[in-house]
Design a protein around this ligand. Structure first.
Ligand SMILES: C[S@@+](CC[C@H](N)C(=O)[O-])C[C@H]1O[C@@H](n2cnc3c(N)ncnc32)[C@H](O)[C@@H]1O
Length: 412
């Protein structure tokens, strides 16, 4: 260890437009059958946007029955003015393509499954992503997982998630809720292999491209809702059993940067600790195991990560509170210690904005005398960013690949 001070154009569909699919008979399922089952906090919201909506005026009997079955966790964001726009310049490219090609997937009853950032609400078929969907659902006493899936839908409009395992999980989910799946995603985000994966589940009936994205519509074999437990990866860190759900950071192993941070991390016996961007909860769980007197909170913008952390904590009987949050937005109170291995990717691109916010806004979440610990790839300039917000910034590890920073004396 070293220590040193520093200062669309949208093309037409390539095959004929889809017509409304005939509804298939699908056996009813209980909510317990979905995504982890009853008692599991992870819902289909883990996808993470989710909503259902009718695209024709007025609900029919089937929709009414579904609503009675549980009510929606997600407030209806049916905004016809927006939904009817062919091209919404404010929408993300995948959403723009979906809007431009809505004839391919439009049906009486559409469920939308989207990752964070997919502005499902613009499609008029659902609500925008809610980071704390689990908490809201729990507060309302709604059985998460049974909401959008308490009946069969005609079409599952599905945003392609990042990562093969999450894609496969989300496709299985989509195929469990609708006989027709419309998969939309960026060309650089893996839509080609996504199309192949979809083709294995049924018959491709239409494709269209635009805005550097593609939409693929297939009639699929209906499957049972995938049991999330079967999609877990487990790995060990300091004798703890960590649980990682599909697409959660580090894919079922200890990340090297996280390991470096754990080697040098110094913790108080008591006080409050926040692991921001917690992934599977490695930092949070190890901190709680090392210092049982600490109150440990973990947060992540990704529902799969939040649920992974909950499962990791439960597997080791550790009291760690995990919550969905964009950086500090939903995290209440201040902390004596903040630990982070911040993200620097979004989708397939590099993104430093979140790490910068974690560093810059940390003073607003730290108690007097509190410390921020941060690990990053050696080439990232976080030392200088931290110096803007902290009086004391120390590089406590400088290895070939990673640096670890300790910052105290929050300014402001
Ligand atoms: C490099 S991983 C670190 C995961 C975990 N702390 C570890 O060390 O294994 C960064 C995490 O930040 C999360 N993340 C990305 N954007 C975020 C945001 N805006 N707010 C909170 N967390 C975010 C990602 O989902 C990911 O789990």
């Amino acid at each position: 260890m070293t220590a040193s001070r520093t200062r669309p154009r949208t093309r037409e569909a390539s095959v004929p437009r889809a017509t409304r699919p005939a509804r298939r008979a699908i056996a009813p399922r209980s909510s317990a059958g979905f995504a982890g089952g009853a008692g599991s906090a992870l819902s289909l919201s883990g996808c993470s946007s989710l909503g259902t909506g009718r695209l024709s005026p007025g609900p029919g009997p089937a929709a009414k029955e579904r609503t009675r079955g549980g009510g929606s966790v997600f407030p209806a964001a049916h905004t016809p003015g927006v939904a009817r726009e062919k091209n919404d310049p404010g929408a993300a490219p995948a959403t723009r393509l979906a809007l431009a090609q809505r004839a391919l997937w439009e049906a009486e009853d559409v469920v939308a499954l989207g990752p964070p950032g997919a502005d499902v609400a613009r499609l008029g078929v659902g609500a925008a992503w809610i980071p704390d969907a689990h908490e809201r659902a729990a507060a309302k006493g709604v059985a998460v997982g049974g909401v959008a899936y308490a009946g069969a839908h005609e079409v599952a409009l599905t945003y392609l998630p990042k990562g093969t395992r999450r894609r496969d999980y989300v496709l299985a989910l989509a195929c469990s809720v609708a006989p027709r799946v419309a998969l939309v995603g960026a060309k650089k985000g893996g839509i080609k292999p996504g199309k192949k994966a979809l083709a294995q589940r049924g018959t491709i009936r239409a494709t269209a491209a635009g805005a550097h994205c593609q939409i693929v519509v297939a009639d699929v074999e209906q499957v049972e809702a995938p049991a999330l437990e079967r999609w877990e990866s487990r790995f060990e860190v300091e004798g703890l059993e960590m649980v990682s759900l599909p697409g959660t950071f580090a894919a079922g192993r200890l990340d090297e940067g996280t390991a470096r941070l754990l080697e040098v991390l110094e913790l108080p016996e008591t006080g409050r600790l926040l692991d921001v961007g917690c992934g599977a909860g490695v930092l949070a769980c190890v901190a709680k195991r090392r210092r049982p007197g600490l109150e440990v909170v973990a947060s992540d913008a990704d529902d799969f990560a939040v649920e992974s952390t909950r499962r990791s904590a439960a597997a080791n009987e550790l009291a760690v509170e995990a919550m969905g949050s964009d950086v500090y937005a939903n995290v209440p109170g201040r902390f004596d210690v903040i630990v982070t291995n911040p993200p620097f990717h979004r989708g397939v691109g590099t993104e430093y904005g979140t790490a910068r916010r974690i560093a810059r806004e940390a003073p607003t979440k730290l108690r007097r005398g509190g410390t921020l610990w941060m690990v990053a790839n050696h080439f990232l300039p976080w030392g200088e960013v931290l110096e803007e917000s902290f009086a004391e910034v120390e590089r406590v590890h400088a290895g070939r690949r990673f640096k670890v920073w300790r910052a105290t004396g929050a300014r402001g």
